[in-house]
Design a protein around this ligand. Sequence first.
Ligand code: ZN
Ligand code: ZN
Length: 238
Amino acid sequence: MNPFLKGVTDLELSVILSNYSRTRRTETIANNLGRTYQDVKEIAFGLGLSQKPTEWTRIKMRKLGIRRCSLCRCFKPVKEFKSLSFCEKCRHKYYKEVYRNNSSKKFFYERLKGLKRHARVLGVKFRVNKKWFKKWWNEKDYCYYCGSSLFKYLLIQQAILRYSGKNKSIIRFKNLHGLKYVKTFTVDRKKSHKGYYPANMVKCCNICNIVKGKYLSAADMKKIAPAFIRRITRLIFI
Ligand SMILES: [Zn+2]
Ligand SMILES: [Zn+2]
């Protein structure tokens, strides 16, 4: 879907491709082609020769409900973008890459950005600095609630998500709202109504995070988590 190249002839494309540059006068090209200045600007934008849309082009995109992805440069429906500058496909690719390495610079950057965004959505405070976060994240890889190691949690998660048997308890876990492949530990706010600041943050597995939700206190969760993880482990593996 590239609305800016619709009805543009091959000849026009090649003229613009070989002549368009920021220093050359766009009007000259427009005159030679018998097109308007705005036409040439739009085609150049559609071709990726110019990165910044003109006000007109921006209005046109808004009307069509599309945006340009900053990674693949394709035009996609606005709803694909959420609050990012890239499309759904690129987002999946990007985050897969980011989360592959649990300690890369990009990983910390994205993780913090994600928490900050979440805090903004919830309207709670965010008091975390990068240095502290990095140190804290690298500290120990155990779920604060159930005590599972990252490896154990990933095994359980995978087994639950792949489960195709009839055991109701496991199926209940499988149907937990929000249970999906999460490759790293998640960040939980012990007091769910409060924000992200060191004393309120713990690392925990996604399963515990979902089960705790906003209804259980951290102390309650710490009491029950080891037992239900033990139970689910028994059900799945024994
Ligand atoms: Zn894209
Ligand atoms: Zn856990």
